[in-house]
Design a protein around this ligand. Structure first.
Ligand SMILES: Nc1ncnc2c1ncn2[C@@H]1O[C@H](COP(=O)(O)OP(=O)(O)OP(=O)(O)O)[C@@H](O)[C@H]1O
Ligand SMILES: [Mg+2]
Length: 348
């Protein structure tokens, strides 16, 4: 007898290539019943492509997608897409035909075999929840982007699916609506639903997700709880600011001098995903960043060196980072990718 799987979906060495581009590159991921997983990465990282494969809109180039079927057994989606657990999808910005929400939602609910006698109640409740009830009989084509997005979310869950897949649910929403959507997702979690949500906004979804999969250039570079990711990605970082303004022309020699004077204390195996150099100047925040070996004594020595060997500086702060490490690394990841793309474009 096959045992009932706790896993709702399992991606095994999944890839999607478009010509030479590896949009999704050999990813492995498993989502268990009741979990909320965030797929987070910058624009073009491969989130929508992954979600389209999970939705069976796109065929993988290689690898497998297993989804739990109604008997509780994992089943290969491409080989047999029938009798899987009920799923609901929001993919990209939804585009609707010339219809009213009432027509559209009834159509989707029937398509998904939701009991006829329950459609109206459920539709009205969801429309009210998202402040769209007054628009029930209006033409969707006249809706704003945010209204269409909210309707897209309602459409994804109109048939009360167990497994909900949302691609950038916050797109086009104002801050109030984003909060509404987060609250709504928490409600779904309480009902035991399994949720897979893609976003390029880490902070928007990190607090609602049990685990985050960071995706960059089609590869999953980390998959864990926020707490564990923070620990895993922790670097020993020191920040300091000077009273004197650091102009670009002065920067080279300063970085060189800092790197040489602080050499014994710097992080010897710094993860290049975090930074390629152990000392740099963050011109946005107007502060120097040092990746050091993390020892308390080193910290004391570094401060002494800065005071004694750099008379040209008056220090106005010397501290460890304030913001979440994960957020900073993610920003850097986006920055790196943006920079690389810009360089590539320049080369053309
Ligand atoms: N049908 C397609 N044909 C060719 N290339 C494609 C196709 N769809 C996506 N791509 C490319 O694959 C890569 C991944 O795209 P994808 O839409 O999955 O990214 P994303 O992570 O969803 O980004 P965003 O945050 O902008 O939504 C991009 O470089 C994109 O240009
Ligand atoms: Mg996308």
């Amino acid at each position: 007898m096959k045992t009932i799987s706790e896993t709702i979906i399992k991606l095994e060495n999944l890839s999607k290539h478009f010509g030479n581009l590896k949009a999704v590159d050999n990813i492995n991921l498993e989502v268990k019943q009741g979990e909320t997983i965030g797929l987070v990465g910058p624009n073009g990282a491969g989130k929508t492509t992954t979600i389209k494969m999970i939705s069976n809109i796109l065929n993988p180039t290689s690898g497998k997608i297993y989804i739990r079927n109604k008997k509780g057994v994992l089943q290969n989606l491409v080989e047999n897409p029938r009798n899987l657990v009920p799923r609901g999808f929001l993919i990209d910005i939804p585009s609707f035909y010339e219809m009213t929400p009432a027509q559209l939602l009834t159509y989707f609910a029937k398509l998904q075999n939701f009991p006829n006698d329950q459609i109206k109640d459920r539709m009205d409740r969801l429309l009210k929840l998202f402040n769209l009830y007054e628009w029930k009989y209006e033409n969707v084509e006249d809706f704003s982007k945010g209204m269409k997005q909210k309707l897209g979310i309602i459409q994804a869950i109109i048939h009360d699916p167990d497994f909900i897949i949302l691609d950038e649910p916050q797109t086009g929403l104002d801050p109030k609506a984003r909060i509404e959507v987060r609250r709504f997702i928490r409600g779904l979690q309480k009902q035991g639903k399994t949720i897979f949500v893609a976003s390029h906004l880490l902070h928007e979804i990190s607090e609602i997700c049990d685990k985050i999969a960071l995706i960059s250039y089609g590869k999953i570079i980390a998959f864990d709880t926020i707490e564990k990711l923070e620990v895993k990605l922790r670097t020993n970082e020191l920040l300091f600011q000077t009273l004197q303004e650091i102009t670009p022309d002065k920067l080279g020699p300063i970085i060189e001098k800092l790197t040489s004077k602080l050499e014994p204390y710097l992080d010897k195996d710094l993860d290049p995903k975090i930074s390629r150099i152990p000392v740099y100047y963050d011109s946005k925040d107007k502060e120097f960043v040092i990746y050091y070996d993390g020892k308390r004594e080193s910290r004391a020595d570094i401060l002494k060196i800065l005071m004694n060997e750099f008379p040209e500086f008056d220090l106005i702060s010397f501290s460890q980072p304030r913001t979440s490490q994960l957020e900073r690394i993610y920003e850097q990841m986006i920055g790196d990718q943006g920079q690389k793309e810009m360089n590539e474009r320049r080369m053309k």
